[in-house]
Design a binder for this molecule. Structure first.
Ligand SMILES: Cc1ncc(C[n+]2csc(CCOP(=O)(O)OP(=O)(O)O)c2C)c(N)n1
Length: 632
């Protein structure tokens, strides 16, 4: 490595020759592969944009010019070029560099990201602010073709195209979302890219431009006019041109000369323009350039094979995702009215297993959570039983669809919310901390959370059997504590019921989902200290089990509600209101995730930090009991 250590900021790129820029790109790629083998992370997307990132920082005057990256998982090369090389070993670790973009991390991170398709809207906001301030700088949004499956991107394009503002959109087209991209736009981009007639015309244009005297901007009007008209016939540009963008491309995103030349020409222009760049996700990964396999890898992998260096435990516990995927797949074989819907996350949600066993009833709709939910609502009106498997954090995108399209019409859609709770290294953008609060607020929504995988499948069955309205279940990014049963052996959890798992007389813990087993462990510790705790598994948050609650309230002076979700307007808050109506003398304390941003760290650390492990729950119960004793 000779060049990279000398790049302290993008200003250090400016004196480099084209050959040196190419050399630097190779060094960035090698550094990424090396560092990610230890830290893990989203390696595939970054490897695809090494040359693009180098060219953008070379051509544009960052941070004065603003680069707005979509999602942010492809920003590792950007981090390397913007003074963060030395910190790369801390990527995704506690107190380390974020795996996404963060305004507090660097002035070069112009807009925080983690969820897809925000870049065009944010960039337009920045461009308008620039114009209001009477300033002069460039704003560039870099979006993937996956982001073009998302409605928000079109809202941004629609607004920006008509605005005539000075804004550049770089479309990084690698034909991949996390999985291969889906949908009509994706097909359109691919077909034109591969159209041999277009390529012949393009080389002819290239020759004409090369033979023209002076730089590209000086090419005669005739050639440019011809180029424009030919383009509108043969290129994907026609779509973007109709939306008000001047279209450039497609260009090879690994050809530094082509990138630098095009971006240099584009920089001098004004108005909305779109540069279409073709890249290969995972470019240069030693184990092969497989976009989906290398989307993200855990720490400690061997880049030559992509496999873990340390052997996994002999019988590793499956994840909730895997147990859910297998159970749903079986349910699909059992019932021909069940369909599975994912918003671009077939592997992440486990629904890829369902896709294999029930291919005609599996729908990947793209990064389109709102559409996924309303599409499910449409299916439900016709007697189909849709299961929408969407991460808790991404379902936030579809809240209006959940209320307006599903709940108000009492449609039986099942929402399977994976990654609910604390999510570990992905950090604040991906936290599933709000679903309890947002789902409890939806009229007619059944809200549930299992304590283990068997109960998760029992709740899934209960959800499918519940035909009078929507039903959601939430489960964590974690391994299961039990051995997942076969779906065929799992009965539905009786609707609206709780489970009293341990009876005591001092404090009653009303535990939700992932907190049930730690609450039991805490109760065992406290029992040895002479404190007798009741533990209730509140697997149905709404509707709650009225009989069991009444009995618990009758027998205890003090309840503690424990949940892995924000403490604001969560189950604890909900129970506080309900219990006040039953017996105003009974005190309800809440124990959830505090109302602050929870930073990246291993999930177990995060649970301990917020007191949601067994020790934290025991501490809280002790403190409550002591305060009660003092008051009494
Ligand atoms: C709203 C939302 N839904 C789902 C995801 C999960 N996700 C992360 S990256 C990605 C694919 C993005 O594809 P693309 O925009 O083409 O970018 P690339 O990975 O190719 O750079 C998805 C679906 C997300 N980040 N945000």
């Amino acid at each position: 490595m000779s060049l990279l250590p000398r790049i302290k900021s993008p200003a250090d790129l400016k004196p480099l020759t084209r050959d040196q820029l190419r050399e630097l790109s190779a060094e960035i790629r090698a550094r990424l592969i090396d560092v990610c083998s230890r830290t893990g992370g989203h390696i595939g997307a970054g490897l695809g944009v090494v040359e693009l990132t180098t060219a953008l920082h070379y051509v544009f005057d960052t941070p004065r010019d603003l680069l707005v990256w979509d999602v942010g998982h492809q920003a590792y090369p950007h981090k390397l070029l913007t003074g963060r090389d030395a910190q790369m070993e801390t990527l995704r670790q506690e107190h380390g560099l974020s795996g996404f973009l963060k305004r507090s991390e660097s002035p070069y991170d112009t807009f925080g990201a983690g969820h897809a398709a925000t870049a065009i809207s944010a960039a337009l906001g920045m461009a308008v602010a620039r114009d209001l301030h009477g300033e002069q700088f460039k704003v560039v949004a870099i979006v993937g073709d996956g982001a073009l499956t998302c409605g928000l991107s079109y809202e941004g394009l629609n607004n920006a195209g008509a605005s005539e503002r000075d804004i550049v959109v770089v479309l990084n087209d690698n034909e991949m979302s996390i999985a291969p991209n889906v949908g009509a736009i994706s097909k359109y981009l691919t077909s034109v890219q591969r159209n041999p007639l277009y390529n012949r015309v393009r080389s002819a244009i290239g020759a004409a431009v090369n033979n023209a005297p002076g730089p590209l901007s000086g090419v005669g009007t005739l050639v440019r006019k011809w180029e424009e008209s030919v383009k509108s016939f043969f290129t994907p540009g026609v779509l973007f041109e109709e939306l008000g963008f001047r279209y450039f491309g497609p260009i090879d995103g690994h050809d530094l000369d082509a990138l630098v030349d095009t971006l240099t020409a584009v920089r001098t222009l004004k108005g909305p323009r779109l540069v279409h760049v073709i890249t290969q996700k995972g470019k240069g990964f030693p184990a092969g350039e497989h976009g989906e396999k290398w989307h993200a890898l855990p720490p400690g992998h061997d880049p030559s094979t992509g496999q873990q260096r340390t052997a996994p435990p002999a019988a590793p516990k499956p994840t909730y995702t895997a147990a859910f995927g297998a159970g749903l797949s079986e349910l699909g074989l059992e019932r021909s009215d069940v369909v599975a819907i994912t918003a671009a996350m077939p592997s992440g949600t486990g629904t890829a297993v369902f896709a294999k066993s029930n291919p005609t009833r599996f729908f990947d709709v793209g990064i389109a959570e709102g559409h996924a939910v309303t599409f499910a609502a449409g299916l439900a009106t016709q007697g189909i039983r849709p299961v929408c498997a969407i991460y808790s954090t991404f379902l936030q995108r579809a809240y209006d669809n959940v209320i307006h399209d599903v709940a108000l019409q009492r449609l039986p859609v099942v929402f399977a919310m994976d990654r609910a709770g604390l999510v570990g290294e992905d950090g604040p953008t991906h936290m599933g901390l709000y679903d309890i609060a947002y789902m409890l607020a939806v009229p007619g929504m059944t809200v549930t959370a299992p304590k283990d995988s068997a109960e998760m499948l029992g709740l899934l069955r209960a959800g499918i059997e519940h035909t009078s309205g929507p039903f959601c279940l939430r489960y964590p990014r974690d391994s299961v504590p039990d051995v997942p049963p076969k779906m065929a052996d799992v009965p539905a959890v009786p609707y609206g019921t709780w489970e009293v798992l341990r009876r005591g007389s001092d404090v009653a813990v009303l535990a939700v989902g992932t907190t049930v087993l730690p609450a039991l462990a805490a109760a065992a510790t406290l029992g040895a200290e002479g404190l007798h705790i009741t533990v209730v598994n509140c697997r149905f948050l709404k509707p709650h089990d009225e009989l069991t609650l009444a009995a618990v309230v009758a027998d205890h002076r003090h309840l503690l509600v424990v949940e892995e979700g924000t403490v604001v307007n969560g189950f604890g808050a909900y129970m506080t209101g309900v219990v006040a109506g039953l017996d105003a003398a009974v005190r309800v304390a809440t124990h959830g995730v505090p109302d602050r941003i929870i930073e990246q760290a291993p999930r177990a650390r995060q649970l301990a930090q917020v007191g949601l492990d067994a020790a934290g729950i025991a501490d809280r119960v002790r403190a409550l009991h002591e305060s009660e004793a003092m008051a009494g």
